[in-house]
Ligand binder design. Structure first.
Ligand SMILES: [Zn+2]
Length: 427
């Protein structure tokens, strides 16, 4: 308990580090991680031997580029060879498996504890106070607890994402959260029972979203309903824990750069700030099952410059979605569901949309309405969808019921392209 508090204080202090301090820490961790992985993890030793690399040649984040990107399939194929055989007292985190492959990230208890403490730090970072009632609506895996809970502060209630929406609505109303942490699609379904208004149930001052893309129209709907409320976004994965999280000042997400080194790549090369790339991560504190240049596979974009809050860590825009959840056009151009935000903004009664793609030149646009739409509305939206596509794509339209958007598995892009692999990153 005392050790945990000391560890947490140390983590909080890092928030005041300069960029140089963080960089020095990161490079030191990379050297230790690569040396450890070479020595004790057969998968990485084989990879480096095959390229004639020795750990001493990887001295900084920049040197990491000599190592190839590792994908989930590589780790699945390596099996036990991607885990340090000496590691004991292990904790396993199942990944979401949305791509269909069962996969577990292995952590020591100490690594898992650090992950939870970082999660707690992220909550404090977005402005969650010790007396706030926090309600989580969704399958949040790494729940911060212990330290703060044992002090009787930071009350947390979890409402299961798979409970009936009426039950979820009732419990939100009962809990009167100050902070509501949600999966957007789960909340959408709940709000389909309250005419789209969260204020009918509760008036949280802070809304946190994670794990799913938050579309701009829904964000606006919530902010219109709750004047003065703030929204913050978290980005993370089962493999790495929290990767980036918002702050009190801005709507961007600060990289957790003292714990996870993030590269954004396009065609195997790093992109500039402001450009979109695919996330490749190196976890600086995970040694039992190291992730070194692991392709996380989300599409993200860094912002140039620094955040007004004073923290030195780089800031990114909201993640644009997973590579696997993108529409691919005949030209090869990719679009996330967010590209259609402007199309669906202020369409009366529209709750959710999704796209199903089986061929590059065909797209099924499907819409879910609170109540049946007026004549011509659906065709009008489809026309605007075609304008966004700007390519020869045959768009068909359909409707779906509100019960289908339930739960975190809902996807606003369902890609069934047979030609595509999930990974556009090479190198
Ligand atoms: Zn900030």
């Amino acid at each position: 308990m005392i050790g945990e508090i000391a560890e947490f204080i140390a983590l909080m202090r890092r928030r005041r580090w300069s960029a140089e301090q963080t960089r020095a820490h990161r490079d030191e961790r990379i050297r230790a991680l690569v040396a450890h992985a070479y020595e004790h993890v057969p998968y990485y030793r084989r990879m480096m031997d095959a390229r004639g690399l020795k750990p001493g040649q990887i001295r900084s984040a920049r040197d990491l580029e000599a190592l190839p990107v590792t994908r989930k399939q590589d780790l699945l194929a390596a099996g036990a060879d991607c885990v340090d055989p000496r590691a004991t007292d292990l904790y396993r985190v199942a990944t979401s498996g949305s791509s269909g492959d069962p996969f577990e990230q292995t952590l020591t208890q100490a690594e898992y504890r650090k992950r939870r403490l970082r999660e707690f730090r992220a909550l404090i970072g977005v402005g969650v106070g010790p007396l706030d009632r926090l309600v989580v609506l969704g399958p949040i895996r790494t729940r911060p607890k212990r330290v703060h809970r044992s002090l009787g502060l930071y009350q947390l209630e979890v409402i299961p994402f798979d409970a009936r929406p009426e039950e979820q609505a009732r419990r939100i109303g009962q809990a009167r959260p100050d902070v509501l942490w949600i999966y957007p699609t789960v909340l959408k379904q709940v709000l389909s029972h309250t005419g789209g208004r969260l204020s009918e149930l509760a008036r949280p001052g802070l809304l946190i979203t994670s794990s799913q893309v938050m579309d701009a129209p829904f964000r606006q709907q919530l902010l219109d309903d709750l004047p003065g409320a703030r929204m913050a976004e978290f980005y993370g994965s089962a493999e790495a824990g929290r990767i980036a999280a918002g702050c009190r000042e801005d709507d961007g997400l600060h990289l957790e750069d003292d714990a996870v080194h993030v590269e954004l790549l396009e065609g195997g090369r790093p992109v500039e700030a402001g450009e979109e790339g695919t996330t490749v991560i190196t976890c600086l504190d995970q040694f039992a099952m190291p992730l070194i240049r692991y392709e996380q596979g989300d599409r993200c974009r860094m912002r140039p410059g620094r955040c007004g809050c004073g923290r030195s860590s780089p800031v990114m825009d909201s993640p644009l979605g997973r590579c696997a959840d993108m529409i691919v056009l005949p030209s090869g151009r990719r679009l996330s569901a967010l590209a259609f935000d402007a199309v669906v903004r202020r369409v009366p009664g529209l709750v959710q949309y999704r796209f199903v793609q089986r061929r590059r030149d065909r797209l099924e646009a499907q819409f879910c309405f609170q109540t049946p739409p007026a004549a011509g509305v659906v065709e009008a939206i489809a026309g605007r969808v075609r304008e966004v596509l700007r390519e020869e794509v045959e768009v068909s339209v359909g409707l779906f019921g509100v019960e289908e958007i339930r739960g975190p598995k809902f996807k606003s892009v369902v890609s069934m392209l047979e030609e595509e692999g999930a990974g556009p990153v090479s190198g």
